[in-house]
Design a protein around this ligand. Structure first.
Ligand code: ATP
Ligand code: MG
Length: 510
């Protein structure tokens, strides 16, 4: 359309604006496929008439509610609702939005709590996104990956010393209900407060109170500025719960792909599997083992494969994943746990019995493993941690027999006393992380027998007193800041610090 005299001076500015707007109106015909809801139940809608829709694409219902395409069938598609099902009824019209389900990504998300579509859940303003990225993205190619070589420090002695986690690794945290799974993940996030690792905590199907507790702990300890919370609690639509881990991965990948380092906690994938089963059964997918659909392995494999250490050519960034899984009655060989164990690079197994016996974190040293983290572990830590696992395992066996009594043998008694000290060292209260140098000192002292006469109840006090003593030792300053090779003198100095800590704990026996 042409307009007359529009550039003439003196024309009415309001009219100009109108012409301007008209200029941008696209005239012509437009065709749009409109589908119809044929069935809707429990967050899943069957839609006919949208044959060209793609997997993962967003759809909009006539009341504005959104859904994403989960399955394509010959004459209908199945879409999972991302908003309340209220107002979406059979017969309602549906249209394609021609975009994939996506999330905002970027530095602007740090410290924020969002849902898996990026909608704000905290009190703040809308998030400032650098971009929007689809929640499903391909995993890095093999050629673009590098070996895991740098550690993620959890600050938890039993993990850093015995089951070290490397940047880019996928380490499963698995255990029964209320055995401290979330606690380990949250303490690890808090320990990244002063590192270059950005954390993403994804809550899937959790009770709102549990989410609150985790988020509050991270905020209180001042680690929230380096953390992004992606939350789809138990009360969220099934579609949001399904999307949550994928959305979290996309958010974390933003940092990985820029040469930075990220850590994602998926709390927990058992609930994600249950959501997937619920949706698949509603979609009448054929149920397989334990009624899970056949693609559950692929679902979690493609999710966790996105965690990786990238090659220097790709910027050298990393994305470490800590998926969490819940088991029932100690059954590690149920379907989902075995799947997840085989997909990840190791597992931290938490034991009900240990938790009940007050050994916390209740890590089952015999069942846990880290398949790649050892290569990333500090040499000094590796050298002092070498024998701990075996000694502890032997002690646990001995302890069972010693219950029968009659063990007068001095060597056995000493071994049991040593094992008890390992147990006490590996136990750690919450929110009391140990730096690598503290860990090395404690294990070196254990090895040197410097803890053998410290009463078990005093071990925590030794741990508390130790950091200040190490900090005040001038010849240890370099090693403290960068624990590299440990010579004999350094080792002796570290052991001496632990002796002093034991003395200042004031309770050295005899
Ligand atoms: N190292 C620890 N020292 C003392 N208490 C701990 C420790 N770790 C966990 N707890 C306590 O144990 C309880 C259960 O922990 P948490 O909620 O982390 O377990 P969970 O396995 O994630 O539970 P759920 O199955 O409900 O998700 C919490 O009250 C927590 O504070
Ligand atoms: Mg938990």
């Amino acid at each position: 359309m042409k307009r007359a005299d529009s550039n003439n001076s003196g024309s009415d500015p309001a009219l100009d604006g109108l012409f301007e707007a008209i200029d941008h109106v696209e005239l012509g015909t437009r065709s749009e496929a409109i589908g119809r809801v044929t069935q809707v139940a429990d967050g899943l809608a069957h839609v006919s008439g949208l044959g060209s829709a793609r997997l993962g694409e967003l759809l909009a219902f006539e009341n504005g509610a959104r859904a994403f395409v989960l399955n394509l069938e010959v004459d209908s598609i199945q879409a999972v609702l991302l908003d309340s099902v209220e107002g979406v009824e059979a017969g309602a019209s549906v249209r394609r939005l021609h975009e994939l389900a996506s999330v905002p990504v970027g530095e602007g998300l740090l410290g924020r709590m969002i849902d898996p579509l990026g909608r704000v859940l905290d009190e703040g303003d809308p998030v400032e996104a650098a971009a929007h990225e689809p929640v499903e993205r391909p995993a890095p190619a093999i050629i673009d990956r590098d070996f895991v070589s740098e550690p993620v420090e959890t600050g938890i002695l039993v993990i850093d010393a015995l089951f070290a986690i490397g940047r880019g690794q996928r380490e499963l945290i698995i255990g029964e209900r209320a055995t401290g799974k979330t606690a380990i993940a949250v303490d690890t996030i808090i320990n990244q407060k002063d590192t270059d690792i950005v954390c993403v905590y994804v809550a899937i199907g959790q009770r709102a109170s549990a989410v609150r507790r985790a988020v509050d702990a991270i905020r209180e300890k001042g680690a929230a500025d380096r953390c992004i919370f992606v939350v789809a609690p138990a009360t969220a639509e099934p579609g949001l719960r399904w999307l949550a881990p994928f959305a979290g991965m996309t958010i974390a990948e933003y940092f990985r792909d820029r040469g930075q380092h990220a850590l994602i906690v998926l709390d927990d994938l058992t609930k994600h599997a249950t959501t997937h089963r619920e949706l698949s059964l509603l979609a009448r997918q054929p149920p397989g083992r334990e009624a899970y659909p056949g693609d559950i392995f692929y679902l979690h494999a493609r999710l966790l494969e996105r965690a990786a250490k990238l090659s220097p050519e790709k910027g050298g960034g990393s994305l470490t994943a800590l998926p969490i899984a819940e088991i029932e009655a100690g059954n590690l060989s149920a379907y989902i746990p075995t799947n997840l164990i085989s997909i990840s690079d190791g597992q931290i197994v938490l034991s009900n019995q240990l938790f009940a016996a007050n050994q916390r974190p209740a890590v089952d040293v015999g069942m846990s493993v880290s398949r790649v983290g050892g290569k990333a572990q500090l040499d000094a830590l590796k050298s002092v941690a070498g024998r701990v696992r075996l000694d502890y395992a032997q002690y646990l066996e001995l302890r069972v027999f010693s219950r029968f009594g009659g063990f007068g043998d001095e060597t056995l008694k000493r071994r049991i006393a040593h094992g008890e000290r390992i147990g006490a060292l590996l136990a750690q209260r919450r929110f009391s992380p140990l730096r690598p140098v503290d860990q090395i000192a404690l294990l070196a002292a254990l090895d040197a027998g410097a803890l053998d006469h410290v009463p078990l109840e005093a071990i925590d006090a030794v741990k508390d007193a130790l950091p200040a003593i190490i900090d005040s030792a001038p010849d240890l300053a370099a090693f403290r800041d960068k624990p590299g090779d440990m010579d004999d003198a350094t080792r002796a100095a570290l052991v001496e610090c632990v002796r002093q800590a034991a003395a200042s704990a004031g309770r050295v026996a005899n």
